[in-house]
Design a protein around this ligand. Structure first.
Ligand code: RM4
Ligand code: MN
Length: 388
């Protein structure tokens, strides 16, 4: 039986975390196009993120990137977020934008550079202590460009050593989330290129170490839902970085390039209980909006995740199980496709009205005048961006 009421309950508590960097200027390596009204500091990024939550009711936290979001007083940043109705989430470390890291950060052949990188990661845990963040997300640009450039095995040893130093520093409920990425900026070897490498390191570290699946970080044609199902079964799926790709790490809006893939991923999450109350899986967006306005792009992305989730929740689990155990290939596939082909927008609109929200977050944001206000107010100063 299809359980619409149950689906609504899950959707009501679904939480999607926003990336602070989505609100800053971004682009490709060819050009960054500045947009009027873009935040000039972390406080303004948080204010923009709060707008996304105000209109969707589903994005109550924003992730920070250190040092892009470095401030003198993190408790003050927490206070300002709280005042705007949101909280601070994952702390993303950044050991890829310093000249010292040309040959790598934690896997650099030079021990002094490795020490500097590890110090930054430990500083990020200090930030977590102040912000109350649960997760430290690590993505390394480390790798090599040429065969023979460095020892692949030695780099794995250095990585393991750095990770264990950071892991030892965690306390309470804090977690280390290790992200992988197939290639770029290194093109020959990447030190954490795939989920298996991340999984193996996390296994060695312990229970509080988990894998982050960034949907844009795979080779074309990779079956991401298989990876998700495997990691869920092993209790090693820590977080998603949602986005869309056509070719590489495009960082386009989640659900834009391949909504069917997003549905298939979320179906695996739903069937493994990954959206049950008390789940620790972090559902985050990791996106850049290079040519489209940023706040509505984040609103659209949250809605895309909600729509794919709603469809995944509408799969008739009993009918599917019956068809599967009867070996009814076409029947089982049809159950899944029925859910995917359901128009869930009316259900989500109903849910929003029940939550006291506008049924159409995009239109409501456009009417609010916030976009015009920030263009008028944010004059002078330096716009935030990734400084590539
Ligand atoms: C990386 C990776 C990280 C993100 C940075 C900005 O490619 O996806 O998650 O923090 O980009
Ligand atoms: Mn990512």
């Amino acid at each position: 039986m299809i359980d619409r009421a149950g689906a609504k309950q899950v959707l009501r508590r679904q939480r999607i975390e926003l990336p602070s960097w989505a609100f800053g200027n971004s682009g490709t390596r060819f050009k960054v196009f500045a947009q009027a009204g873009v935040p000039r500091d972390p406080y303004e990024k948080i204010a923009d993120a709060a707008q996304v939550h105000a209109f969707t009711g589903a994005a109550p936290t924003v992730a920070l990137h250190i040092p892009w979001d470095r401030v003198d007083d993190y408790r003050q940043l927490v206070a300002s977020a709280t005042e705007l109705g949101i909280g601070l989430g994952t702390i993303n470390a950044n050991v890829f934008q310093d000249d010292d890291y040309k040959l790598g950060s934690v896997t650099n052949p030079d021990p002094a550079v490795r020490r500097k990188a590890v110090r930054h990661l430990l500083d990020c845990v200090d930030v977590m202590d102040q912000t109350g963040s649960r997760d430290l997300k690590l993505w390394f640009a480390d790798g090599t460009n040429y065969p023979g450039q460095d020892s692949i095995r030695a780099r794995q040893d250095r990585l393991a050593e750095a990770l264990s130093t950071v892991y030892e520093r965690l306390s309470g409920g804090q977690r280390l989330i290790l992200e992988y990425k197939l290639f770029e900026p290194a093109f020959y070897t990447t030190d954490v290129p795939d989920w298996g490498t991340s999984y193996a390191h996390c296994l060695q570290l312990g229970d509080r170490a988990k894998v982050c699946v960034d949907t844009g970080h795979h080779a074309p044609g990779t079956n991401i839902e298989f990876i998700v199902a495997f990691l869920l079964r092993a209790d090693k799926l820590g977080a998603f970085d949602f986005n869309s790709r056509f070719y590489a790490d495009d960082d386009l809006m989640v659900g834009a390039a391949d909504p069917f893939q997003l549905f298939r991923i979320l179906f695996e999450v739903v069937s493994a209980g990954g959206l049950d109350a008390g789940t620790e899986i972090a559902f985050m967006l990791d996106q850049c909006h290079n040519i489209e306005p940023k706040i509505p792009a984040q609103i659209r992305s949250v809605m895309n995740v909600q729509e794919a989730t709603a469809k995944a929740l509408l799969v008739d689990a009993e009918a599917l199980a019956a068809a599967q155990s009867a070996g009814d290939v076409l029947g089982a596939n049809a159950v899944l496709m029925d859910a995917y082909n359901t128009d869930v927008r009316p259900l989500l609109a109903e849910l929003r009205v029940a939550q006291g929200l506008d049924p159409d977050p995009m239109a409501a944001y456009a009417r609010s005048g916030y976009a015009q206000r920030i263009v008028a107010d944010r004059v002078g100063g330096t716009q935030a961006g990734w400084n590539a």
